[in-house]
Design a protein around this ligand. Structure first.
Ligand SMILES: [Zn+2]
Length: 368
């Protein structure tokens, strides 16, 4: 009896917090079934009312810088440039050659561990870039997608690969999004345009190897300045994904300019790893935020989503209209540590921002 008394709170906690739906990605879920957080900025009117922000920290748009085909000779350059601008980058690795062949290009696992430890993201670009598909002993597309994830997870401590970039090239027709959607939370596609804010196909996110920042009138489809232009009703508040390969010489200057574009607009952009943005967006699209208690003493919030809790652990930024006599607030989720909070004023009212993990337990806000 003593044992079951001890165990009971644990069991109850798990049952309460685990979301009912546990989807790996939103493939196959019609757009109209997803909860839509409005694209417009929301400022709830009454004290205690709360809203999920479209992007982390209520930023206008998201931007992700991704690097393909390993290109290990560029690692030091990328780490230095990203460090100067406080950016989080994503490498989509072809795993077959790592610590195996052509070390200059493919790199060693210890190098990729160092990249991860520096705060960047390591994801999959398959085992052979599908070049193996030309050989009779090829083990198939499931192996390309699945074994590359296993190799990354086994060799980069702390990292869990959750996203795939479909390889281009001669065997690209072997790509199979239906196989990818059984393994990954999201995939990077090959359509070279910006993404809008809503209705995204998370198993084929648009990404650009030739982005521009308002300097190519012939290519407005890949103009990333549109993402933060409130007058642009189609692109404003969307997600821009850049693709890079081996860079040298003039391309380094051009890439620096593209990184400066983020840095000089960092108040408007969330610079996210590819998988962080995909996690945030899918949790957000299916989020349900409830105010369980609303008084001057405390506000209690419950945030759930449809996504698999094991992977979808990135918090969503929630904006709360604070009671008039709260000059600041403190917040905690479940049994976790005290959360970072931020207060802003808007139209004479105070709003609090707090990051809450969906299905991670009730969040309790108190004045202070
Ligand atoms: Zn590639």
């Amino acid at each position: 009896m003593r044992y079951s008394l001890c165990l009971f709170p644990l069991i109850a906690t798990t049952a309460l917090f685990a979301g009912e739906k546990q989807l790996l990605n939103l493939a196959g879920i019609p757009k109209e079934e997803r909860m839509n957080v409005p694209v417009e900025y929301v400022w709830p009117e009454n004290p205690g009312e709360a809203a999920v922000c479209l992007w982390k920290d209520d930023k206008a748009a998201a931007i992700s810088y991704t690097i393909d085909d390993n290109c290990a000779m560029n690692i030091d350059w990328w780490l230095a440039e990203a460090g100067q601008r406080d950016m989080k980058l994503t490498w989509f690795l072809v795993t077959g050659g790592i610590s195996n062949s052509n070390p200059k290009m493919n790199g060693e696992w210890s190098q990729w561990q160092a990249v991860y430890d520096a705060g960047h993201s390591i994801e999959s670009h398959t085992v052979t870039h599908l070049s193996g598909a030309s050989k009779p002993e090829w083990q198939g597309i499931e192996w390309e997608y699945g074994d590359s994830k296993q190799a990354i997870d086994a060799n980069v401590a702390g990292n869990s690969a959750t996203a795939l970039a479909y390889p281009g090239g001669g065997n690209s027709a072997k790509n199979d999004p239906e196989v990818a959607q059984g393994i990954y939370i999201a995939a990077r596609g090959t359509r070279g345009t910006i993404n809008g804010a809503r209705g995204l196909n998370y198993m084929s996110i648009n990404a650009m190897s030739r982005p521009n920042i308002g300097d190519n009138p012939k290519a407005s489809f890949s103009d990333c300045s549109r993402l933060i232009d409130p007058a642009d009703t189609k692109a404003y508040r969307g997600w821009g994904v850049f693709i890079y390969h081996y860079i040298k010489g003039e391309n380094m200057d051009k890439t620096r300019e593209q990184m400066d574009f983020y840095y000089s607009n960092r108040d408007a952009f969330w610079c996210a790893s590819f998988s962080d943005a995909a996690k945030y967006a899918q949790s957000r699209d299916t989020s349900n935020l409830e105010v369980l208690e609303n008084s001057n003493q405390r506000i209690v919030l419950s945030l759930s989503d449809w996504m698999k809790d094991e992977y979808f652990n990135h918090p969503l930024t929630v904006k709360v209209r604070l009671p008039d006599d709260w000059s600041g607030f403190r917040a905690r989720q479940g049994d976790g540590p005290e959360l970072n909070t931020r207060v802003v004023e808007h139209d004479g009212a105070r709003y609090g921002y707090v990051d809450i993990i969906p299905d991670g337990g009730q969040a309790i806000l108190i004045p202070g």
